[in-house]
Structures are given as structure tokens and as C-alpha cells.
Design a binder for this molecule. Structure first.
Ligand SMILES: [Zn+2]
Length: 401
């Protein structure tokens, strides 16, 4: 019978310096004469057979002609970290696929060690990333956590060029100061090179973009306008549903299970939902009229000419203002007051993809919602850069995963 061996607690790999090779100065990496030796230390290495593994080594001190007596350069480690670079890379790569807690548990280490590894990876990546050639950015606000306090919002800056879509910057809150900080972090060269800036109608952003990136074409992007329309339809539906319920249960039935079909593109609603929707549209209900306005607006995006698109926008707003549906009127007023920026969409001539910001937002939600066990804002910021920043990775001699 197979008898399970007792699992050793850890493996220690003793490392000795090569007698004939001098240590290198940790500042300039030049070989220098030896001075003395420090007591042995341990560095966590990639687990072997799933057993925690350490490098044990007593670092030498060298006497560098330039830097004095310093600890030698240790090729598997960086700074004073107790974890080898190989292990940090290993943990950081796994931390993209598993939650940080799961990563820590799988490889018998602490959450803290995973966090520090990701931090090292991200900091290296941010310091080495290339920011030249960024032509289009999308600026957006993201809600995270519970509640609607100012701290529950993040400002994100994406690169949304055809060939490169990534998170460039993330900061707490959604104020003018936040966005200014973000643009400053990208640097004046990047800001000067911008051709398109895409954003929502959030006023603080509009003001900062006009002031700091006035040379770029500012486009209010399609995805946000669509979501404002959808929210308005939903408000109309909810209000009408409440009104009907007060009258009779039966008539309220007509709006049941229609929330999602109403928010989808009309042409994409099929099956039983379609039948229900058709029945609703045949009625004179407020929800039906709101839905019709929303669907009509999609024609707007098919225009090629700015002038005709502008004419359509005027027509649509006129209709919406006469609809007696307050949420739709509100959208119309908002569109009217931002007309030039909305029409910039057509001036950009298809160079901006409407899906880019939306796609990146969805990915952010996956990261913020998946329980990564982020204990702090800082940890979440790291995770976002780690997953969406497309950062370059520190080179290693061997990849363990
Ligand atoms: Zn030196």
C-alpha cells in the first residue's frame, strides 16, 4: 500500500558565493573587493512540489571605491524584500487569474506577500511603460464599493486607440482636481499629443478637458449617451408601473419582466419578450412612448454629415420636449446644451470606437467586483493597473507560470 510521506515544512537551498568571483556593488554593479559577511538571510522562492522553498545566503559586503562599504548586489532579490524576484513574478502572474487570497492560500504564503509582489510588478511596469503614441483617451468615472460618497468614485483614463486599449491612470474621486492630477501624471508630452478625448457629460471633466486639452477634439461618446437614454426609459417605466399598481394589479402586469427588453436595442429583442414588447408598443402607455423615443435616437449615429446629424438632433429634442415624459425631457435638455460636443462624434469620422470605453469599464467592474479581498483603496488601484494596464513585465531568467 502506498504510504503518504510526511510533507516537509520547508525546503532550504543554501547558496554560497563563488570563491573566485568578487561581489558587485549594489549601487553601481561593479565588482569590488570583499569587506565582510553579514549573517545569513532567507528569501522565499517559488515552491517546489508545493513545499515553501527558501534561498539561504549570507550576503557579503564589498568595499566599492565609489560607494564605500555596501551590501553586494544579489541577483535574485531586489532591495530589502524577503521574497525572490522569481517568486514575486510567480505570485503576481497568478494574482491575475485567482483572487489574491486564493493565490496566497494556493502557494502557502500571506496575502501581504501577494500584495507586495503585485505592487513590485506594477511599479516596475509603470516605470518602464511606453506612453508615446497615445492619440485617443477616454475619461470616465467608475463607481465602486457601497454607497454614493465621493470616495466611492474613481476617475479613470484609458487609452482607446485602435491598436492599444489599456488603463493609463486611475485616481480616487471624480472631481476636477482628480482629472487634473491624472493628466499631470501622464505628462505634458502625452497631453500635447492627444487628438481625441472621449468623455461623459460630467461637468468637472468637461471643464478640465477644455482647459487642459483644448487642442484635442472632445467627443461625448455614444456609449454614455445611450446609457442616459436607457436610464430615462427605465425611470419612465418604474414611475408608470407604480402608478398602475395603485390602480389595479392587472394593468401593472403589462410592464412586468420588461425591464431588460426595454433597455436592449429593439431589433435584438426576440421570442416571448418580443411579443410582450409589441403588445406594449401598441398601447399608448408612457413607457411605450419613451421606448420609441429611445429607439428613434439610434438613427442619429448613422449620419455621416455633421449638418444632418445636427438637424436630426434638433428634431429629436423637439419631439422629446413635447412627450410630457419628464425623464426624456431631461435627456433632451442635456443633449441640447452639449450639442457641439455631441456633434464632434461626426467630426471624429469614425476614428473613435464607441465600444472601447464601455469594454474597458466592463473589465474594471470584473476586477472591482470579483472578491479580491482588497483591504485598501491602494490595493484595488494596484489590481486595476495589474489587470488592465498592459504593463511591461520585469524580465526573469525563468518563467514558472
Ligand atoms: Zn559602487
Amino acid at each position: 500500500m502506498h504510504c503518504p510521506q510526511e510533507q516537509p515544512e520547508s525546503i532550504e537551498i543554501l547558496v554560497e558565493p563563488h570563491g573566485g568571483i568578487r561581489g558587485r556593488c549594489s549601487h553601481c554593479r561593479k565588482p569590488a573587493p570583499g569587506y565582510d559577511r553579514l549573517p545569513p538571510r532567507r528569501w522565499l522562492f517559488v515552491p517546489l512540489w508545493n513545499v515553501p522553498t527558501y534561498f539561504c545566503y549570507a550576503p557579503r559586503r564589498v568595499e566599492c571605491p565609489e560607494h564605500g562599504v555596501v551590501v553586494e548586489h544579489i541577483p535574485w532579490s531586489e532591495g530589502k524584500r524577503p521574497v525572490t524576484c522569481a517568486m514575486m513574478g510567480f505570485l503576481a502572474r497568478w494574482a491575475r487569474r485567482l483572487s489574491w487570497r486564493e493565490t496566497a492560500r494556493s502557494f502557502q504564503t500571506s496575502w501581504e506577500a501577494v500584495y507586495r509582489s503585485v505592487e513590485w510588478f506594477v511599479e516596475w511596469g509603470l516605470a518602464h511603460r511606453q506612453l508615446s503614441g497615445v492619440a485617443s483617451i477616454g475619461v470616465d468615472e467608475i463607481h465602486w464599493g457601497h454607497g454614493l460618497r465621493a470616495d466611492n468614485f474613481l476617475t479613470v483614463i484609458y487609452q482607446i486607440d485602435q491598436d492599444c486599449r489599456r488603463l493609463l491612470w486611475v485616481g480616487r474621486r471624480r472631481t476636477q482636481a482628480t482629472l487634473r492630477r491624472g493628466l499631470k501624471a501622464l505628462g505634458p508630452e502625452v497631453v500635447r499629443g492627444l487628438r481625441f478625448v472621449c468623455s461623459d457629460m460630467w461637468k468637472p471633466y468637461l471643464q478640465v478637458i477644455a482647459a487642459r486639452a483644448g487642442h484635442a477634439l472632445h467627443v461625448l461618446d455614444r456609449f454614455h449617451i445611450t446609457s442616459h437614454l436607457n436610464q430615462a426609459v427605465d425611470q419612465v417605466r418604474r414611475a408608470e408601473s407604480t402608478r398602475l399598481r395603485a390602480k389595479s394589479k392587472e394593468s401593472a402586469q403589462r410592464l412586468k419582466h420588461l425591464r431588460w427588453p426595454l433597455l436592449r436595442r429593439g431589433s435584438r429583442v426576440r421570442g416571448r419578450a418580443r411579443q410582450k414588447l409589441n403588445a406594449l408598443l401598441g398601447s399608448k402607455m408612457a413607457t411605450a412612448r419613451a421606448w420609441d423615443l429611445k429607439e428613434t435616437f439610434f438613427h442619429f449615429w448613422n449620419y455621416k454629415s455633421v449638418i444632418w446629424a445636427g438637424a436630426f438632433l434638433d428634431y429629436w429634442c423637439f419631439r422629446a420636449m413635447r412627450s410630457r415624459l419628464e425623464p426624456m425631457k431631461k435627456v433632451a435638455r442635456m443633449l441640447r446644451s452639449h450639442e457641439p460636443l455631441i456633434l464632434n462624434w461626426f467630426r471624429a469620422k469614425g476614428e473613435i470606437s464607441s465600444g472601447a470605453v464601455e469594454g474597458l469599464n466592463n473589465k474594471i467592474r470584473v476586477v472591482t467586483r470579483r472578491s479580491y479581498g482588497f483591504r485598501t483603496y491602494k490595493a484595488m488601484e494596484m489590481a486595476l493597473y495589474h489587470n488592465l494596464g498592459r504593463l511591461p513585465e520585469p524580465e526573469s531568467t525563468h518563467r514558472f507560470c
